[in-house]
Each structure stands twice: as C-alpha cells, then as structure tokens.
Design a binder for this molecule. Structure first.
Ligand code: BGC
Length: 762
C-alpha cells in the first residue's frame, strides 16, 4: 500500500525571500554624503530619453575597433567610432576583447580612452561600465592568474578555495580597470553532452548553490561593497534553464516543467540573489517554447517579485535581435526589442550596432514602451554604477597592478589544481608511482597547455597554444621533472581525432615500466564545442587499447570538460585520474598526484556515464533503482579515491522527530585509518521516503571536506534546514510533507551510513 501524505497537513514555505544583502548594499553610500538612491533619482531626472536608452545599450569592443588583436597583431581602438558610440548614441556599456587578452598596459590605455570620452565629452559624464568574462581567473588579462575551471573546482568540495579564487579574480579584473565580471555560471549541469558543462559547478543544485555563493562573496566582498577598489560586480548567469538542452547542443531548446525548474534550476539563482549579486545574464535559448529573453514570467514575476532581485538584467550576446532572426517569436527586430524590454531585460548586449538604441527610442516615443519602464531599467543600471564607485573613480587604479599574477596567487591556483584531482580507479594501489621507473607519456593532452585550461583562456576558444605562458608545465614536462628526463619517452600516439604514431608509442611502451596515457578534449567554448557522441573519439581509444595490448601497465589521465565515455579502456587501466580542466598548474598537480607528492581527494561533481545513451543524474528517481532501468554509471557522483583509507561511523541525528519548520543537526565521525595524511569529503544525502510526487532516491544536503593525519578522526556537523526537505507538490506549493526521511552519510554516493527521522505535524 502506498502512503501519501495528507494535503491538509502541509506547511507551505514562501518562495519569497527578500534580498537582504542587496538592499543594504543599494542603500549604502559611496563615500558621498548623498544617499545612493537620491543620486540615482537626481541623475535620472536630468537625462534625456536618448541618454537613457543609451545607458541600456551595450556594444562589443569590436564595434569600436580599428584592428583585431591576434596572437601576432596588436588590437587597436578606433577613437572615431568610440566617440560616435559614446556621444551620439550615449552607449552605457562595452564588453569583451577583440579577440585576444590584453596586457594591463593595454587595458589601462583602452579603459582610460573610453572613460575620457564618457566622463569628459558627454553632457552628463556618466562613466561606462565595462564587462568581461573572467571565468577562471582574469582570463582576458595577459598577466593574470588562471585557476581550474568551475567543474574542476566543484570536485575540490572546498567553498573557501572558490571564494579565494574569486577574490583574486576580482582584484585582477579591477586592476585592468574593469569593474564587472560575467560570472558565476549557476546553471545546473545535468546534460553531459552540453559543451558548457565545464563552466558549471556540476549536476547538483545544492553544491552549485554553496559554491556560487562563495564565488559571489569572493568577487563582491562579504558585504557586497563593490565600491572597494579590489572588488567587481558579479553577474549570475544564464538565468534560467540554459544548462539542460534536450539535444545537448548549445543554445538549443530545453523542456523543463515548472516543478523541475523550481526544484532544480532556480535554487542556485535564489541563493545568489540572497547573497546580494548585482547583475544577471539571461539564457540565450528557450524553455518550453518560450525564448527566455521574451519571458515576462521568468524575468519579472519570478526574478523580481518572488526572488526579490534588485540589480540589473543584461541580455546575452545578440539575443534580443535573435527573437526575430532565430526564434521567430517577434515579427520584426523592433518588436523583438519591445518584447525583451517589456519582459524585463534592462540592458541589451546588442553587440555590433546601434539598432537596439534606434528601435527602443522609437518604441518609447510612440508609446509602445512606457518611459516608466525605461526609467526603471536605467535606475537599476545607474545604481550599480554608483555602487561600484565609478562616478568617483572611473579610471584604472595603477596601484593594484603589482598584485596581479603574484606568486601567492599562483600557489593558490596550484593548490586548487591539486585539490580537484579525482582518482577514479587505482587497482591494487598501483599509484602512486615510484620515481625510479621508465615512463612512456603519450596521448593528445600530454604536451599542450591549452587543453589544461579550456575555453575562456586568452581567447574565447582557448585553443591558441602560443598565447600560454611557457613557464607553466605541460603534463609531460611535469612528469619528466619527477621521473627524470632520461627516464621519460614521449610519443603523441594520437591527436584528438586521428591516429598519429600509435605503432611508435606501442614500441616505446614495451620498454617502459609504466605508460601514462593522457586523453581527453581539445579546448573549446560554447557552440563550437558541440558533439554528436559522448564517446571519446575512436583514435584515442585505439591508442589506449594498443598500449594496453603490451604488458606495460597503463595509467589514464583524463583532461576534459565533460565526462567522455571511455568504458572500452577502463577494465585494462591500472589507474584513472580525472583532471577535468585543472588550469595552468594542472600539469604539475597531475604529476604531484601520480608520483604521490599530493594525496588526491577530489570527488566527482557529476555522474560519469558508462554509455553514451545512459545519461542519468545521481539524484534519480525510485523507478531507476530497479532492473531493467537500474542506474549504472561508470563512476557515481561523489566518487573519488585516496592513497589513504577513511572510515565513517556514528551517524547521529539531534532528533528523530521534527516539525516541518524545524532544523535538524546530523553528525558523523570520519577517521583516517590509513598510513598517509589525506583529504576526505563527508557528504550528507536525504531521501524523502514517500512523497505526493516522486522524490529522488538521494539528494545532497551537505558536504564538508576534512584533512586528517593518519590515525586522526573528527566529527563533522551538518544542519538540515526546512528548505532542503521541501519540494513543489502536486499543486506547486513548496512544502515539507510529513513522513519518514532517510539520511545517508559517507564519502560519496556509496558505502554510506543510514539513519531515519520523522517529520510530524504535531
Ligand atoms: C555567452 C556569455 C558571455 C557573453 C559575452 C555569450 O556568447 O553565452 O556567457 O558572457 O557571450 O562574452
């Protein structure tokens, strides 16, 4: 018999959450006596309609450039075009590079030129807000520190590391004179084919929420005081549901029912709003047939009225125009502008021309867009400009320069790269390797720097190898340093797609003690990274198999932004190390782990599929527990081995009966029972035994990383709050339903301790 909980016994939890940090922030002063709000109103009252519409217009640097920057050619601005944009069209924002990272000097020159015109040659002197994608560090500033990409950072399960990396990112972006970063990505990465999976913190909403918040606090500061000279405004993106395209191809339709949108996709954005993030960028694509840029429900009702977001909304690249040219929900480009602005977009990333400006001006003059809506959007933009202190300090701060690319920051990046390393397999403790061995290094990711970094690295695609600093080591170089150059042989064997010299690699393997085969993906970003098959390209699998056909043991190193299927070569691999996109220090970190100088502790932030058509997330439904539907991934979400052993014991709950609005404490002991110091992650999952709608069999509600010496143990404490027990019921109410909940604690998704508690109404 099935027991559903009576609908009358439900506690409805309000989804409305005022943005506390946000309102404090927006009421804050910028050093002037007059309150921010007063300054905004005063300035707005002086602005012409043209000036207002200009503030809502964002163009890309290319639109005001003379010469495109390349690896060998310097970028050049066109002062004439820039002057026209800022004085004739009153443009309020510029973004991006055209097309390579600039040095600090170049950024200073560029930003100074822009602000000279914006503040000196326009009637009201409103400074430009420059925006950039600083996705894993200030990746468009030549001298800056790069970090592991988000998917990798998520494996470290270390919010403090994420916060610190964002803090350094903020400083290095600001040091270039740029006050606004289009990050963090808060999409829930539930389709491993999607080429932007690596920009996410993985497949779990709670993990993303915690790391997203840490990132925002790092960028904007604990109190979100972005007037501080070393902070920038964050931009959570891409709101909402971008990360689950049905086909796995970038910018293609998602079909996400309301319950799933609210239970899985909205929470990280809600948490970010509560954390005071200043801006948001919109999903380029469509959900349930509605392009999100035209969706008043999501952009105004949910974002503003429910979540209480007070910052401004920027469109994604060209996406207003695309409502007409691509999605065909607007019969003309002008109608597209009306739709988007009335849906709730405050700023258009146009980005190449002034069409948005022209259309919006005409629409407002003819009354199709009320001027009150324009005022609302411009006030939101001005608030952020004031909050950033741009009116007082529009120019780059030269003093920050000496902090950029410091040794300390590089050390943090190295520490991060080490902590992300996830040991997926280690037969008979084959790893760590001893140094006195003959090593063959092979595979397409062995001797490139670009592949360790991926997209958003010096260029959009990140595949311009010549732009990478030579002092950072490839995997081959780092391995040679450990094993001694004389002991290491290298044959590429295969490129990403084609066999190169497999026979030579096999020959070399025969006379080696161990073969380290580095496989994975070339650097890519967004739509160019689309694939038709999650399986790793045949040439790479062929290389691994050929080397495995010798008696020499094979260690696989996976350098990739998504979990490419490698099942045919898993059984015969002695060890497998998932490195994700570990950033510039990745080569060193990989060698440190392979040779035992660092004990790996990373945990998968995604489910690693066994087969390309068996793509199920860890928090699957009960029907996926039984044959023939049984979840059967290659490696579970949360999986990751260590060179030491840990034991979990004494899962204890503070109460066995709680009311729907009460919190619960859970504690668990973790002991290092092995011979080496190491990191372990305690994960806490819950399962709502019976629900009015089917509930996931596991749902992450807590994680804590601990570092333990041999023989040491510790108690980890978790607090489960009502929101974590709640979900959207059949009537779309956000409720905690009475009944039994199971609690699981352990290192990952398996080998876990279990306890239960009841939620009771009286
Ligand atoms: C991406 C955004 C990015 C924007 C500006 C778009 O193509 O979808 O994530 O912020 O470009 O570079």
């Amino acid at each position: 018999m099935r027991h559903y909980k009576a609908a009358t016994q439900l506690l409805v939890i309000s989804m409305f959450w005022p943005s506390l940090a946000g309102s404090i922030l927006f009421a804050a002063q910028t050093g002037e006596v007059r309150p921010l709000e007063k300054r905004v109103t005063e300035l707005l009252s002086k602005m012409t309609l043209e000036e207002k519409v200009g503030q809502m217009t964002q163009i890309t640097l290319q639109a005001v450039s003379k010469t495109r920057g390349t690896a060998t050619q310097k970028h050049e601005i066109s002062v004439e075009k820039l002057r026209q944009a800022l004085t004739s069209y009153h443009v309020g924002s510029i973004l991006n590079v055209h097309d390579v990272a600039l040095t600090l000097d170049e950024w200073h020159e560029l930003i100074t030129r822009i602000q000279d015109i914006a503040t000196g040659e326009t009637r009201l002197g409103v400074p430009v807000i420059y925006g950039i994608d600083a996705i894993h560090g200030a990746n468009y500033v030549v001298e800056a520190t790069l970090f592991p990409q988000s998917i990798a950072l998520a494996a470290a399960r270390n919010p403090e590391l994420v916060r610190k990396s964002a803090e350094i990112t903020a400083l290095e972006v600001r040091a270039a004179g740029i006050p606004w970063n289009f990050n963090p990505v808060l999409g829930v990465g539930r389709n491993p084919l999607w080429p932007r999976l690596w920009e996410t913190f993985g497949e779990d909403p709670y993990l993303i929420s915690v790391l997203g918040e840490a990132y925002i606090k790092g960028l904007e500061g604990e109190d979100n005081d972005i007037s501080a000279g070393d902070k920038v405004a964050g931009c959570m993106k891409h709101y909402l549901g971008y990360s689950l395209p049905l086909s796995g191809k970038d910018r293609t339709p998602a079909w996400i029912p309301e319950r799933m949108l609210r239970d899985y996709f909205l929470p990280p954005f809600k948490r970010a709003v509560d954390a005071g993030v200043h801006t948001v960028m919109i999903n380029s694509s469509e959900i349930n047939g509605i392009p999100v840029h035209s969706d008043h429900y999501l952009l105004t009702q949910v974002l503003r009225e429910e979540l209480g977001f007070e910052g401004f909304v920027v469109s994604d690249w060209q996406d207003i125009e695309r409502l007409h040219t691509r999605d065909r929900v607007a019969a003309s480009p002008k109608e597209a502008v009306r739709m988007a602005v009335m849906a709730g977009v405050d700023m258009s990333m146009v980005p190449f021309d002034f069409s948005f400006y022209d259309h919006l001006l005409a629409l407002t003059k003819e009354g199709s867009v009320p001027e009150a809506r324009i005022d609302e959007a411009v006030a939101r933009i001005l608030r952020v400009k004031f909050a950033l202190g741009l009116f007082e300090k529009p120019y780059p701060n030269r003093q920050l320069r000496s902090h950029v690319g410091s040794e300390e920051s590089a050390n943090l990046s190295l520490q991060a790269a080490r902590e992300v390393m996830t040991l997926l397999k280690n037969d008979g403790n084959f790893l760590p390797l001893s140094r006195q061995q003959k090593v063959l290094v092979s595979g397409p990711t062995a001797n490139l720097r670009s592949v360790l970094n991926g997209g958003w690295s010096y260029t959009w695609q990140g595949n311009e190898e010549s732009l990478y600093p030579r002092d950072k080591k490839t995997i081959l170089e780092a391995v040679a340093e450990k094993a001694g150059k004389e002991n290491v042989t290298y044959f590429e064997g295969a490129s990403f797609e084609e066999a190169v010299n497999i026979a030579e690699a096999v020959d070399a393997a025969r006379s080696a003690d161990v073969a380290i085969v580095c496989i994975g993906e070339d650097a890519y970003c967004e739509t160019p990274g689309n694939i038709d098959d999650l399986t790793l390209p045949a040439a790479q699998l062929e290389l691994v198999k050929a080397i495995q056909s010798t008696d020499t043991p094979v260690v696989l190193t996976l350098v990739q932004g998504r979990p490419r299927v490698i099942t045919p070569v898993v059984a015969d691999a002695k060890a497998i190390l998932m490195a994700y996109l570990p950033g510039p220090e990745g080569g060193r970190a990989i060698a440190d782990v392979l040779f035992g100088d660092f004990n790996p502790g990373g945990k998968l932030p995604i489910t690693y599929p066994r087969a390309p058509n068996d793509l199920v997330n860890y928090d699957h439904k009960p029907v996926e527990m039984d044959d023939p539907n049984k979840l059967n991934p290659l490696f579970q979400f949360g999986h990751g081995l260590s060179y030491t052993q840990f034991e979990f014991s004494n899962l204890h709950l503070s109460s066995r009966r709680i009311k729907p609005n009460e919190t619960l404490q859970a504690t668990v002991e973790v002991a290092n029972t092995g011979e080496r110091a190491g990191d372990e992650v305690a994960h806490l999952f819950i399962q709502d035994e019976y629900g009015s709608v089917s509930r996931p069999v596991r749902q992450l509600v807590g994680f804590e990383k601990v570092r333990l010496a041999p023989g040491e143990s510790t108690t980890v404490e978790f607090i489960i709050v009502p929101d974590q027990l709640a979900f959207h019921d059949r009537n779309m109410r956000f409720v905690v339903e009475p009944g039994t909940f199971k609690v699981f604690a352990g290192p990952g998704a398996s080998d876990i301790l279990e306890a239960t508690f009841e939620v009771v109404v009286n």
